[in-house]
Design a protein around this ligand. Structure first.
Ligand code: OSB
Ligand code: MG
Length: 369
C-alpha cells in the first residue's frame, strides 16, 4: 500500500471517573489519534501516551514530534508491503514505542481493509468473543472501592484488578476478599515497591491473587526475578517490557510468569503479536492491558485479544466505563457475561466519528506524500 496522507489529532477527553494509580491521578485523558489514507481506504491508530511522562517517558509532545519529524515522513516515502515492515523502516528512532504503535495501528487497519478482513482475522486471531475484566483505580476510601467492585461484579466483568500503592495495599485487598469471597482478583502496583518491601509483598500471598502486576521499578527485570523466587503469587510484567528483546530477557531470567500485552508499550501490533508468540512458547499466559483508550485503541485491543494465547481476561472494558460519549459508532459494549463481541466488518470494524474527532481536537497536523 502507498499512504497518501497522514493526519495527527491531539485530543483531550474528560474521564467519567478520575483514575488514580501509584504514579498519579488522571481526570482528563490526553492522547493522539493517527488517521492514514490510501487511494481507497482510511485507517485509524491511537497513540496511547498521556500528558505527563509518569507511566513512561513518552508524552503527547514527544510522540507528536517524533511522528511529525521522522515516522510519518518515512511511512509516506515508499509503499508498505506489510505492516510488519514498518518496524524496520522506523528502527533508527530509538524507543518511542507508543508513537510507532499509533502509526502502525493505522497501517494495520488499512491492511485489514485491503484484505476485506476484520483486523482480528488479519492478525491471525481466532476468537469471535473475548473475556474481559476491569481495572479499578485507587479510591479515596476502602468503602468507595468496595462499592466500585460491587458495581462491576454486577456488570459481569470476569476479573477485578485493583491498584495499590504503599499504605493502600494489604488492607484494601483484604477488605475486597472478605466482602466478595473467591472472586478472580489481582493487584497492580505500577512500580511503587522495592525489594525492601519483601515482607509486605509476601503477605499478599495469603490473599490468593491471580497475579501481582509490576510491583518493582519501571525498568527492572533483575529485582523482579529475585522477588518472583520468593513469592507464590505470579508476577505479571507491564512497565518494564518495551519489546521482544526485553521480553526474551525477562523470560530467560524468570522475572515473572505472565505478560501484560500493551500494543503501545511494545511498539505496535506486530511486536504485540510476536510477544504473544514468544510467551506461548515459554508457557507464559498473556492478557491485554489498557491505557484508558478511546474507541480506536479499544478496538485494536479487542482485535489482538483474539489470538489464542490470551487466556486471561484483559483490561478492555466498555466504552461507557470511561466516556460519556466515545468517538466510535457503535461504542464497545460488554455483555452481562463479561464478554465483548469481536466486530466482523473489515478493519477495526466500527465507524470513527470523524466530525466528533475534529471538534474534540485542540491541535491537528497533516503530512502528504
Ligand atoms: O498500569 O495497566 C496500567 C491505565 C493507565 C496507565 C497504566 C495502567 C492503566 C490501567 C487502566 O490499569 C487500564 C484500562 O482500563 O484501560
Ligand atoms: Mg499496569
Amino acid at each position: 500500500m502507498q499512504l497518501q496522507q497522514v493526519e495527527i489529532f491531539a485530543l483531550r477527553m474528560r474521564l467519567r471517573h478520575p483514575f488514580e494509580t501509584s504514579f498519579g491521578r488522571e481526570d482528563d485523558r490526553e492522547f493522539l489519534l493517527v488517521r492514514a489514507r490510501t487511494q481507497d481506504f482510511v485507517g485509524w491508530g491511537e497513540v496511547t501516551v498521556s500528558h505527563d511522562p509518569f507511566y513512561s517517558y513518552e508524552t503527547v509532545a514527544t510522540a507528536q514530534s517524533v511522528l511529525y519529524e521522522y515516522l510519518v515522513p518515512w511511512a509516506l516515502a515508499a509503499p508498505i508491503a506489510h505492516p510488519d515492515d514498518l518496524g524496520a523502516r522506523c528502527a533508527q528512532v530509538r524507543g518511542h514505542q507508543m508513537a510507532k504503535a499509533g502509526l502502525e495501528g493505522a497501517v494495520w487497519d488499512l491492511y485489514a481493509q485491503e484484505l476485506g478482513l476484520p483486523l482480528a482475522r488479519a492478525l491471525g486471531g481466532t476468537r469471535d468473543e473475548i473475556e474481559v475484566g476491569i481495572s479499578i483505580g485507587i479510591e479515596p476510601t476502602a468503602d468507595l472501592l468496595l462499592r466500585q467492585v460491587e458495581r462491576f461484579i454486577g456488570e459481569g466483568y470476569r476479573r477485578f484488578k485493583i491498584k495499590i500503592k504503599p499504605g493502600v495495599d494489604y488492607d484494601r485487598l483484604k477488605a475486597v476478599r472478605d466482602t466478595f469471597g473467591d472472586i478472580p482478583m489481582m493487584a497492580d502496583a505500577n512500580s511503587a515497591y522495592t525489594l525492601q518491601d519483601l515482607p509486605l509483598l509476601q503477605r499478599l500471598d495469603e490473599l490468593g491473587l491471580m497475579m501481582i502486576e509490576q510491583p518493582l521499578s519501571y525498568d527492572d527485570i533483575v529485582d523482579h526475578a529475585e522477588l518472583q523466587r520468593q513469592l507464590h503469587t505470579p508476577i505479571c510484567l507491564d512497565e518494564s517490557i518495551h519489546g521482544t528483546d526485553d521480553l526474551r530477557h525477562a523470560i530467560a531470567l524468570r522475572s515473572g510468569r505472565i505478560l501484560n500485552v500493551k500494543i503501545g508499550r511494545l511498539g505496535g501490533l506486530s511486536a504485540a503479536k510476536r510477544s504473544h508468540d514468544m510467551c506461548q512458547a515459554a508457557g507464559w499466559p498473556v492478557w491485554c492491558g489498557g491505557m484508558l483508550e478511546s474507541g480506536v485503541g479499544r478496538l485494536h485491543n479487542v482485535a489482538i485479544t483474539t489470538l489464542p494465547g490470551f487466556t486471561l481476561p484483559g483490561d478492555t472494558a466498555a466504552s461507557s466505563r470511561y466516556w460519556e460519549e466515545d468517538i466510535i459508532e457503535p461504542e464497545v459494549t460488554v455483555s452481562p457475561q463479561g464478554t465483548i463481541r469481536v466486530p466482523d466488518l473489515p478493519g477495526i470494524g466500527h465507524a470513527v466519528r470523524e466530525d466528533l474527532v475534529r471538534s474534540l481536537a485542540h491541535a491537528h497536523w497533516a503530512l502528504r506524500r
